[in-house]
Design a protein around this ligand. Structure first.
Ligand SMILES: Cc1ncc(COP(=O)(O)O)c(C=O)c1O
Length: 384
């Protein structure tokens, strides 16, 4: 059997065109984009093209795209940058309990810096409590940060409704959305959401590691976190990673072409996997939203009586690669904060696996992975 990679929420295989482009840039277009000679101009042009390609996905002006090293840095820039810049206006920040650690840990850090943070609760589907949001945002609130798609359970927040609540409560409050998991997989409408900042990352969309961006609405101001040569319009100093940025631009363009069809194909893969598991009589429960209501590429399942790590490695022996909870948690043995926040029962916390699909997966792979998972879980459940 050939390997079946179902850990696409952790990272994705780069498109061949991206590998070719980044390799060529590393070999040939290695000039510093700030240099005034032709090698610099060539690199600068590559970055400008990528800025246009990424801006097209957000349907925004290219000058509103600020490249970073990835999603973690963009989240740090948005959250800490907004908090510090607006400190005189207020020190109240709002987020949810199920954010990615790259956002949550910024808020925990800011609490130590004297800010007050409200953590919105979520329901069993991982959707934030809108009533609580309405009652929480006030005149002192400078920032609300909510992710679009949750990386562990695939819940999709209704950002348009959340944006309306936030801006009705306080038009001055900045609204940041982490779209790392939805960029290139679902249509993004920062303007409709009334968002001021949006985060994306290249390696989740078949681009290279080492590039991401923050979309920052014209007029919104942030405190830079990196000081230096004034690159990225003074907001993010540091010599640009031309190859990774250009690869990001190309990946953004490829994944957003025929987006509707690609999204439907991802749902088909996930549904085929889910149906096959059901047909096999496998004993499991879905954590979070139903497969048809979650993001197209993510499904999180618990297998009663089994340990996720053991199951993951048994699947690995069969060359099926999945994740226990979130990949970003693999270094922390604690149960997932997301599964806990949605009220997952104790026995299901330890047996949760995330299966995440990409356009590189075939229908045959989805079905084979389900059959292998069914066989492996049945065997292990017998032994346990
Ligand atoms: C929702 C979400 N936000 C942010 C990040 C961090 O992105 P990066 O890996 O590019 O730092 C991730 C990565 O898994 C993510 O899933």
């Amino acid at each position: 059997m050939t390997e079946i990679y179902l850990d696409n929420s952790a990272t994705t295989r780069p498109y061949q065109a991206v590998i070719d482009l980044t390799g060529t840039i590393l070999a040939e277009s290695f000039g510093n984009p700030s240099s005034m000679h032709v090698k610099g101009v060539e690199a600068e042009k590559l970055i400008s093209k990528a800025r246009r390609q990424v801006a097209a996905v957000f349907e925004c002006h290219e000058k509103e795209i600020y490249f970073t090293s990835g999603g973690t840095e963009a989240n740090n820039l948005a959250i800490k940058g907004a908090a510090y810049r607006n400190r005189r206006r207020g020190t109240h920040l709002v987020t949810s309990t199920i954010e990615h650690p790259s956002a949550l840990s910024c808020f925990q850090f800011l609490e130590q810096e004297g800010f007050t943070v409200s953590y919105l609760e979520v329901d069993r589907q991982g959707l934030v409590d809108q009533e609580q949001l309405k009652n929480t945002v006030g005149s002192e609130t400078v920032l609300v940060s909510i992710m679009h798609v949750n990386n562990e359970i695939g819940s999709v927040q209704p950002l348009e409704e959340l944006g309306r609540i936030i801006k009705n409560s306080n038009p001055e409050t900045l609204f940041h959305a982490d779209t790392v998991q939805s960029f290139g997989r679902l249509p993004l409408k920062p303007d409709t959401w009334q968002a001021d900042m949006v985060t994306a990352s290249a390696h989740k969309i078949h681009g290279p590691r080492g590039a991401g961006c923050l979309w920052l609405k014209k007029g919104a101001l942030l405190q830079p976190l990196l000081h230096g040569g004034g690159q990225e319009y003074g907001l993010r100093s540091g010599t640009e990673n031309t190859a990774a940025i250009a690869g990001f631009g190309l990946a953004a363009e490829i994944c957003s072409t025929r987006l509707r069809e690609k999204t439907a194909e991802l749902y088909d893969l996930k549904q085929a996997f889910y149906r096959k598991l059901l047909e096999a009589g496998t004993s499991f429960t879905v954590n979070g939203p139903k497969p048809e209501e979650s993001a197209p590429h993510i499904i999180n399942l618990s297998f009663p009586g089994l340990k996720a790590e053991m199951l993951l490695h048994t699947l690995e022996d069969k060359e099926v690669y999945v994740s226990a909870g979130s990949a970003c948690h693999s270094k922390h043995p604690d149960p997932s904060h997301v599964l806990k926040a949605i009220g997952t029962e104790r026995e299901n916390l330890d047996s949760a696996l995330r299966f995440s699909f990409s356009g590189f997966n075939t229908m045959e792979e989805a079905e084979t992975a389900a059959i292998v998972t069914a066989e492996v879980t049945a065997e292990l459940q017998k032994i346990m």
